[in-house]
Design a protein. Sequence first.
Length: 385
Amino acid sequence: MKPFRIFNIVGARPNFMKIAPLLAEMRRHPELSPVLVHTGQHYDYEMSQVFFDQLGVPQPDYNLDVGSGTHHAQTAEVMKRFGELVERDRPDLIVVVGDVNSTLACALVAAKEMIPLAHVEAGLRSFDRGMPEEVNRVVTDAVSDLLFTTEESGGVNLRREGVAENKIFFVGNVMIDSLVRGLESARQSPLVKRLGLPEKGFALLTLHRPSNVDDPSRLRGILDVIADIARRLPVLFPVHPRTAVKVAEVGISNMKSWNGASAISSPEIWTMAPAAYLDFIGMVERAALVITDSGGIQEETCYLGVPCLTLRANTERPVTLSAGTNRLVGTEPENLRREALGMLDKMNSGNAAEPPSSRPPLWDGHTSGRIVKILVEFLQKRDAG
């Protein structure tokens, strides 16, 4: 029999950790022919190519080279170029992951071309339509044939939206597969060693959401609070390229740029370029505290048992809250100040909460195997008529 041809879509940094274990698992099945399609939504080395290198992902079979743009323009361009590709090379199934613009665009092409669509990380909801990712999630789920959920709330949300039970599969978190496989290498990261940061002796900061970085007064307020935290222990800040422009406009004076020449020693805000995946995981595991507005980092800290303060009013990953590692602090800087400094006081007094003893169900490093098994069964049943 001719192998089933599966298009696997990546476009932005969060996608790579989810696609990598899926591709590896698909390559173990002779009945499958996995094809990697990179939309080019992120196109510089640190935001894209380095993930192929570190995660053992082969070079894309197709690169659409879409590049940056507004949400609607980027989504439209991905649809146009991916649609043209599908017309030339029609797959048996399309797999999309996460909630970026490429996810939505390729999902819509699949629906219009009547090609079966699988959504990995389905059902997550912040219930905030002001987030572009929420729109992407809702629409992608609405047109998907197979919906793979990472936590039980995902299935609850999908059923509430009328998705048929036989389309929903609770399989666990495929991003944790990548984390489990790369954790030992992350612990040996040369970059982490060069930074010289003591274990549990620094805080790690990431910021990229428009709600936090586009308003100069809000961004300044957040960074003023981070400066207060940095007087207690160093804060390491790998700066997203988009955020770097906004930080430069605000002009915070008490930041230092780490140049890689010597270890970080003083309690200040230290900026650096975005870290490669394994290097970043090494930082997360060693941090005393992570402050972020990222969805994926909420999950990584949850698995690693690292305290996380999330600079958002909501989260589409409520399991991280119930697990006890993550706490929503909203978007007001004073809330962050109170929570962060209170947490540091407890750490200094030896009264910090113990990390959770258990991880969310099915976050075990074997999610990709469960997903691919379901995909094979679906395609074989469909092919049999």
